[in-house]
Design a protein around this ligand. Structure first.
Ligand SMILES: NC(=O)c1ccc[n+]([C@@H]2O[C@H](COP(=O)([O-])OP(=O)(O)OC[C@H]3O[C@@H](n4cnc5c(N)ncnc54)[C@H](OP(=O)(O)O)[C@@H]3O)[C@@H](O)[C@H]2O)c1
Length: 435
C-alpha cells in the first residue's frame, strides 16, 4: 500500500479527540477507501498533561502549534482549535506557506478569512477543506459542490444551529419560556456557558455565508448576512404559531437577488414560522438540516447531527480521505479569481407573509391604532388574535399574520407605530417560510 498520509492534529478537545478515535477505530476501511493509511504523527494543544480519554503516546507533541505545518513528518494539518483569529488563523497561514494542506471545522475562521486562506491554498496548490464547519456531520458541502454540482441553485436554506433548534423545539414541547429552557440547555451541555454566539444567530450566519459562497459562486461575505437570533421568542409566540399551523425555527437562507439591473445575493438568518407540513418543521432537538433547491435536482434535503465529536470527526476524516486520494479542488468550488463579488440584495421589495407580535397596553383604541398603521402602510391582515384580557391598562399580546406583500410595507407600518405609548415593547416580526 502507498505511503501513509501523515497528519498533525492541532486541538485535542471534543472534535480533536473524536478525530483520533475515528482514525483508530476505522483505520483499515479508511486505508482501503483512501488508497493509503491515514496516520496521526504529531499533536498539539494547550495542556500536555490533560487526560483526553485517548492514548497520545504514539504521537509526537508540539508545544507551538503554529509551526506544525513546517515539520518534515507532516503532510496535512488538521485545525481543531477554533476562533476566527488567534492561533487557528496563524496556523492556517503558516501551513499554506509551508506548502501543506489544511482541514478545519472552524466556521468562524472560514467566514471571516475564507477568501484569504483559499487564495493562499490555491497559490500553494494544496487543499483547504472545511466540510465539518457547516452542519457538523452532514456532508452538505460535498453535496453542493460534488453531488449536485451540475445544478444552478435557486435557494439554499436550513436549520444551521443545533443549540437554537434544541431551545425552540423544547419550548414547543414543554410550553416553557426561552430563559428557562436556555438554562436547562446549558446544564445539559447543549448550550455554551456564554451562549451569545449561538442564540444571537452569529454561528448560523457563519455557516450560511459559507454555504452561500459555495452554492452561488460568490465571494464569501459574512458581514452581508442580516442576522437576528431567537432571544425574543416567547412561549406565547410558539403557542400562537402552533394554533396557526406553524412551528418556529431559526432559518438561515440565501438566494440570488437583483438590485435594479445588477446581480445581488440575499443572505438572512432569522426565526421563521415554518408550516407544519414542511420537512424542516420536523427537525427537532440539536439536529441540523439544509435544503438546496437545484434547477434540475429539485429539492434536496440534507439532515443529521450538526455537532458532537463523532459526527464532526466523520466530516473531518472524509476531507482527509479526499486529500489522501489526491482530490484537492478549489476550496469554494470555483477558483477564488472566478468567484463573483455579489452585493447584498436589498430586502425591501421582497414579498412574503409575516407574523407580527405586539405587546400593548390593554385599553380601548389600541387595536384600531395597530390596524390603522397597517392600512396606511398597505399591509393587508390575514388574521389577528388578541390574547388574554387583563385589568384595564395591563399588557396584552396582539398577533397578526399578513397576506403576501412587500417586506418594506411591514417595516413602514412599524415605523408609523414607532414611539407609540400603546406599545410596551418593540414589535416582533417573523417571516413565514414559503414552499
Ligand atoms: N464541538 C462540536 O460539536 C463542533 C462541531 C462543528 C465544528 N466545531 C468546530 O471545531 C473546532 C473545535 O471545537 P471543539 O468543540 O473541539 O473545541 P474544544 O473542545 O474547546 O477544544 C479546543 C482545543 O483547542 C485547544 N486550544 C484552544 N486554544 C488554544 C491555544 N491558544 N493554543 C493551543 N491550543 C489551544 C484546546 O487545548 P486544551 O485542551 O489543552 O485546553 C483544546 O484541545 C471549533 O472551530 C468549532 O467551531 C465543533
Amino acid at each position: 500500500m502507498a505511503e501513509p498520509l501523515r497528519i498533525a492534529l492541532a486541538g485535542l478537545g471534543t472534535v480533536g479527540a473524536g478525530v483520533i478515535r475515528l482514525i483508530e477505530a476505522n483505520a483499515a476501511l479508511i486505508a482501503r477507501r483512501a488508497g493509503r493509511p491515514i496516520q496521526v504523527t504529531v499533536v498539539s494543544a494547550r495542556d500536555r498533561n490533560k487526560d483526553r480519554g485517548v492514548d497520545l503516546s504514539a504521537f509526537a507533541w508540539e508545544d507551538d502549534m503554529v509551526i506544525l505545518g513546517e515539520r518534515a513528518d507532516v503532510d496535512v494539518v488538521v485545525e481543531m482549535v477554533g476562533g476566527s483569529d488567534g492561533p487557528a488563523l496563524a496556523l492556517a497561514r503558516t501551513t499554506f506557506e509551508a506548502g501543506k494542506s489544511l482541514v478545519t471545522a472552524n466556521k468562524a475562521m472560514i467566514a471571516h478569512h475564507g477568501l484569504e486562506l483559499a487564495t493562499k491554498a490555491e497559490a500553494a496548490k494544496v487543499a483547504l477543506k472545511f466540510e465539518a464547519a457547516v452542519a457538523g456531520g452532514i456532508p452538505v458541502i460535498k453535496g453542493l459542490r460534488e453531488g449536485a454540482a451540475a445544478n444552478e441553485f435557486q435557494r439554499v436554506y436550513g436549520i444551521l444551529n443545533g443549540t437554537c433548534n434544541y431551545i425552540l423545539s423544547t419550548m414547543e414541547d414543554t410550553g416553557r419560556d426561552f430563559g428557562n429552557v436556555l438554562t436547562e440547555a446549558q446544564a445539559k451541555g447543549y448550550a455554551e456557558a456564554d451562549p451569545a454566539f449561538d442564540i444571537e444567530g452569529t454561528d448560523a450566519a457563519h455557516k450560511l455565508s459559507i454555504l452561500a459562497a459555495i452554492a452561488f459562486g460568490a465571494k464569501i461575505d459574512f458581514t452581508a448576512v442580516a442576522t437576528t437570533g431567537i432571544t425574543r421568542i416567547r412561549a406565547a409566540d410558539i403557542a400562537q404559531a402552533d394554533a396557526l399551523g406553524y412551528v418556529i425555527r431559526l432559518i438561515g437562507m440565501a438566494e440570488p437577488g437583483r438590485n435594479g439591473d445588477g446581480p445581488a445575493l440575499f443572505q438572512r438568518v432569522h426565526p421563521h414560522l415554518v408550516p407544519v407540513d414542511h420537512p424542516l418543521a420536523h427537525v427537532d432537538g440539536a439536529t441540523n438540516a439544509v435544503v438546496a433547491e437545484g434547477n434540475f435536482s429539485g429539492r434536496l434535503l440534507f439532515q443529521g447531527a450538526g455537532a458532537g465529536d463523532g459526527p464532526t470527526a466523520s466530516a473531518v476524516v472524509a476531507d482527509l480521505i479526499d486529500i489522501a486520494r489526491g482530490e484537492i479542488g478549489a476550496p469554494f468550488s470555483v477558483p477564488v479569481s472566478e468567484l463573483e463579488a455579489l452585493v447584498p440584495a436589498e430586502t425591501g421589495h421582497r414579498a412574503g407573509r409575516s407574523y407580527i407580535r405586539f405587546m400593548v397596553t390593554d385599553r380601548p383604541g389600541v387595536l384600531a391604532e395597530l390596524t390603522a398603521a397597517m392600512r396606511d402602510a398597505g399591509v393587508s391582515i390575514e388574521s389577528l388574535i388578541q390574547k388574554g384580557r387583563t385589568e384595564e391598562g395591563g399588557e396584552v399580546m396582539v398577533a397578526m399574520v399578513t397576506h403576501e406583500g412587500p417586506e418594506s410595507s411591514v417595516s413602514e407600518a412599524l415605523r408609523l407605530l414607532d414611539g407609540s405609548p400603546s406599545l410596551t415593547e418593540a414589535p416582533l416580526v417573523l417571516h413565514i417560510l414559503e414552499d
